[in-house]
Structures are given as C-alpha cells and as structure tokens.
Design a protein around this ligand. Structure first.
Ligand SMILES: Cc1cc2nc3c(=O)[nH]c(=O)nc-3n(C[C@H](O)[C@H](O)[C@H](O)COP(=O)(O)O)c2cc1C
Length: 177
C-alpha cells in the first residue's frame, strides 16, 4: 500500500483467524519499529518483545480480565502474536519522552502490519493490568530496568482494508495566522 492509503485505511482489527504471519513479514514489521524516531536518539532505552507463546498470551488476558472485573474479556481478540514495547523510566516518572517513544514505535509497528495487509491493533489496557503483577512482567524476560508500556497485536484476519471516510473535524483544530 502507498503510505497515505495505508494511513487512511488503517483501522483497529479485533478479529483474527489465529494464524501467525510469516517470519519474514514479522521481521519487516520489527524493522519498521526500529526505524521510529526516538527522543534524543536514545534507542537503548527501548526494547521490543515478540510474544507468540499462547500460554503467556492467555495469562496476560486473564490478568486483564480479572483486573477489569470482566471475566469474558479477551483483549487480544484471538491474535497469535503480541509485540510489546518497553521503556526505561526515570525514578519520578516525570519525563514525558519515554511513553511517547513507546507510542511512536507501537504506531510504526501498527502501520507496518497494516501496509502488509495483516490485522493489527494498538494495545495499552493490558499493560495497566499486567504491570501490577511483577511475576507476569518477569515472564517477558526484559533487560533490567525496563517497564512494558504498550504494544500491538498482529495476525491474519478475514477483514479487509479500504480507504475510510474520515470526519475531518473529529479532532479539534484551531489555526492561528
Ligand atoms: C493510546 C492508544 C491506546 C489504545 N489501546 C487499545 C487497547 O488497549 N485495546 C484496543 O482494543 N484498542 C486500543 N486502541 C485502539 C483505539 O481504541 C482505536 O484506535 C480507536 O477506537 C479508533 O479506532 P480505529 O483504530 O479503528 O480508527 C488504542 C489506541 C491508542 C491510540
């Protein structure tokens, strides 16, 4: 897809066949993640984790469902792969750059998955729940000092992408001339 077509047809996919994407496509998505801009170029403050272990995906889902008191919740919607973006944080958590870096990387991953025709969705809520559970975070095998922030799910879907009619005023804009 052309970049502008990809941006205009991207949508959150919440229905998956359960089939994984080919390894070469996953590598391409990760390459686009690595191409994301990062504040002051501090790339070593970010980390990506590809989770394809169904048992761990289930554990993350169960933790989130429990945290939100919604027992039937499946926040990965049957997607076979989760890519987690983790960052280091300063002790006061007062710096607005680390979470922003993670968000921009997640969006690059999301756009790359869309451009390749796979289903994908940005995932934040799961990490609010999982970050309260140190033993689950440990299962991500992150380097010392990293906190999972957000991520994407990706997988094959039967949904299709088409350019969407976007309400051009849904995000307020003011202009000063
Ligand atoms: C910061 C952020 C966090 C999000 N977290 C989740 C999430 O945890 N689960 C989910 O299903 N969608 C999540 N989304 C997707 C939004 O719900 C979605 O982008 C929005 O409803 C607009 O729909 P669209 O992506 O189809 O255009 C998130 C999106 C953003 C930007």
């Amino acid at each position: 897809m052309e970049l502008l077509d990809t941006l205009l047809s991207r949508k959150s996919i919440r229905s998956y066949t359960g089939e994984s994407i080919p390894a070469a496509d996953l590598q391409k998505i990760l390459e686009v993640g690595n191409a994301a801009p990062v504040g002051k170029g501090r790339f070593s403050t970010l980390h990506l984790t590809v989770v394809e272990n169904q048992e761990l995906l289930n554990a993350f889902e169960e933790c989130t469902a429990k945290d939100l008191n919604q027992p039937s919740l499946h926040p990965f919607y049957g997607a076979p792969t989760l890519i987690v973006v983790s960052t280091t944080l300063d002790s006061q958590n007062s710096n607005n750059v680390p979470f922003s870096n993670a968000a921009i990387i997640a969006y690059n991953l999301n756009i790359a998955a869309t451009a390749l025709g796979f289903g994908s969705c940005l995932i934040w809520g799961v990490f609010r729940a999982v970050n309260k559970n140190a033993s689950l975070v440990k299962r991500l095998e992150l380097p010392e000092g990293f906190t999972p922030c957000c991520g994407i799910i990706v997988g094959k879907t039967e949904e299709h992408y088409a350019k969407r009619e976007i309400n051009k005023n849904r995000i307020g804009i003011n202009r000063i001339q």
